[in-house]
Design a protein around this ligand. Structure first.
Ligand code: CU
Length: 154
């Protein structure tokens, strides 16, 4: 009895996920459901390079991968991980199911290179994120002061 009830609940959960994601892939494990929050770029000190930060949240039941980043202000945007104070370019970052990928100051970050113009505080830059599974997301990333700290908002 108890076991049957649990199974029914699990099935209902799976059906709800499939219904939510639209076109069912048939994998049975759900799909990634991605959203972006807290994007910002500190106004760069350099004329040809800037850093960018954001959080990608996955509310879906399957993992996905961030595989490309482009922007209107940069000739190239690369993804870097930071470990032991050294940064390393990465081709992709995984976004776990029901998890998130956080780019933050002092940690993993986006690097805007070959800047076409120098972003200034108060402006917005457009960033397009490409994923292994999900469709692309476009983010309007505000340019903050060079010393902006998201936890204080200054
Ligand atoms: Cu870097």
């Amino acid at each position: 009895m108890r076991r049957a009830a649990l199974t029914a609940a699990a099935l209902t959960g799976a059906l709800a996920l499939t219904g939510c994601s639209g076109s069912g892939s048939g994998s049975g494990s759900g799909k990634a459901d991605l959203s972006v929050s807290s994007p910002y770029m500190p106004q760069p000190v350099s004329a040809d390079m800037a850093a960018g930060f954001l959080t990608i949240t996955n509310d879906g039941g399957a993992k996905d991968e961030l595989t490309s980043v482009t922007s209107d202000v940069a000739g190239e945007v690369t993804m870097h991980s930071t470990a032991g104070g050294a940064m390393k370019e990465r081709a992709s970052f995984s976004i776990p199911a029901h998890g998130r990928l956080v780019f933050r100051s002092g940690g993993d970050h986006l690097m805007f290179e070959k800047l076409k113009r120098k972003p200034r505080q108060g402006q917005t830059v457009t960033v397009k994120l490409g994923f292994a599974e999900a469709g692309p997301l476009t983010v309007e990333m505000p340019v903050k002061s060079a010393t902006y700290n998201p936890s204080t908002g200054h």
